[in-house]
Ligand binder design. Structure first.
Ligand code: EPZ
Length: 430
């Protein structure tokens, strides 16, 4: 088993470059299925979720050429309308975007139900509601979601989402880009990656207005052509490094960010006594290691992101006073709490509320990353803790953070990857 081993207590200094946004990339890559011609996509994060999506596209017959580490050319001219591989799709949440993209391209999709982080129930009823409103027949049987558009082409429709859903908003956009007529999504999500997907599709010839507001209008076009597009920086990766500095102390310039996207995170760090200075495409974060309590409630954008909840909680474990966290998006996003308790954190969870009594310091311990952001939280805790923290199940972290060990090491963190003999034997056997 691969582990990250962190010797806590080293402050962070220097500059770190933020990669492209995971949750934008995992929608934009499937969107390439709608494009007739080659699209060059730049600033793609090198993470395992992206690798899996690219494998799925290749498996469907897409021609995927690596231009450089973070850029690919994708040509989907010759893809087959085939079932999406169960083996790949079950490992990631974002495989649900293949339903919207394939419905848009062929009027037919066969995709296994999505996998990804276990955060409690993760229904996709709102995605399906949208597809059905647009004339598709959807059923689940034999381990696949089967969706078929009447007459082979999706029809524009008005869709009101019963809750703000990132995935449903983007999936309906994908199904609507080549549909006949106008689709209107009401109560749409407003996250930066929604705007990024709309910008990608528009740059290929789509007609989408209102992304970033709660009403998005998509007028279907006959064809999307090729082009070049660069994915936005990852808001959550940037926020995670900001929390690392809060926990470990130090002064770091976090580069290649859109500071506006970080406002909700910056506001909380300022309340905690961390200094944050906005620059054009960077934020400077300075912390002397002594943190103040605060309360956090996660909400859809522009509220505080649920994908930063475990990381801010890890920093608050050593803040002076009592902090209250309320999870407003997922049913079960406190699985990491038991691991932080092993490091000495004082946290009580009651339903969607966690109460954190700040302690003077955490102490290193062997812990397990139960999901992506839980893993990030354990890194943050380990950087600020006394002694050695060993994190296992780091494959979850590698789903969403490009080169996190290298980036933190360059900032002065004492973090290294330890590969056990079993892992080595397996990699040599491949
Ligand atoms: C996306 O998940 C992200 N994943 C998640 O990031 C993120 O936590 C979430 O959006 C919220 O920002 C990807 O982009 C791949 P939702 P998604 O649909 O689209 C309920 C990470 O760590 N709901 O906005 O699946 C749902 O149960 C991951 O990077 C329905 O009830 O989230 C939840 O309570 C974890 N029915 C809420 O809405 C539906 O049909 C928001 O979910 C859809 C959602």
């Amino acid at each position: 088993m691969t582990k990250y081993v962190i010797q806590g207590g080293k402050s962070l200094h220097g500059q770190v470059e933020i990669s492209g946004a995971k949750n934008a990339a995992v929608a934009i890559l499937p969107a390439a299925l709608l494009v007739d011609g080659t699209c060059r996509i730049e600033n793609i994060p090198q993470i395992s979720d992206v690798t899996l999506i690219l494998k799925i596209l290749q498996d469907l017959g897409a021609d995927v050429r690596t231009v450089n580490r973070n850029t690919v050319d994708i040509d989907c001219s010759h893809i087959r309308n085939a079932p999406v591989s169960y083996e790949f799709a079950r490992k990631i949440r974002a495989s649900y975007y293949l339903i919207g993209a394939l419905l848009g391209r062929f009027g037919f999709a066969e995709v296994p139900p999505p996998g990804g982080c276990n955060l409690g129930g993760r229904p996709i009823d709102q995605h399906i509601k949208g597809f059905v409103a647009m004339g598709a027949d959807v059923d689940v049987s034999g381990g696949f979601i089967h969706a078929t558009a009447a007459n082979g082409r999706m029809q524009g429709a008005q869709v009101y989402l019963d809750m703000v859903s990132v995935g449903a908003t983007m999936n309906i956009m994908l199904a609507a880009a080549l549909a006949e007529g106008l689709t209107i999504i009401e109560n749409a999500a407003k996250e930066p990656h929604i705007v990024d997907l709309a910008n990608f599709l528009n740059s290929m010839g789509a007609d989408i207005m209102g992304a970033g507001t709660d009403i998005i209008k998509i007028r279907g076009v006959q064809r999307l052509g090729g082009g070049t597009y660069s994915i936005i920086p990852d808001q959550i990766e940037a926020g995670t490094y900001m929390a690392c500095v809060a926990s470990a102390g130090g002064e770091v310039v976090i580069q290649n960010v859109i500071p506006k996207h970080l406002d909700c995170i910056t506001a909380k760090l300022l309340e905690m006594g961390v200094e944050v200075e906005e620059q054009d495409d960077a934020v400077l974060v300075r912390s002397h290691g002594s943190l103040q309590r605060t309360n956090v409630k996660t909400q859809p954008y522009p509220g505080f992101p649920t994908d930063m909840q475990p990381q801010i909680a890890a920093a608050l474990c050593v803040a002076e006073g009592t902090s209250v966290i309320t999870e407003g998006v997922w049913d079960n996003r406190y699985k990491y709490v038991d691991e932080l308790r092993r490091m000495g954190a004082q946290i009580q969870v009651d339903g969607k509320v966690a109460v954190i009594e700040g302690v003077e310091h955490l102490t290193g311990a062997p812990v397990s990353a139960c999901d992506l952001r839980a893993g990030a939280a354990l890194i943050i805790a380990g950087l600020g803790a006394e002694g050695c923290t060993e994190i296992d199940s780091v494959q979850h972290i590698e789903r969403g953070y490009e080169d996190i060990v290298r980036k933190l090491s360059a900032l002065g963190a004492d973090i290294r990857v330890v590969i056990t003999p079993d892992d080595l034997r397996q990699s040599q056997a491949v």
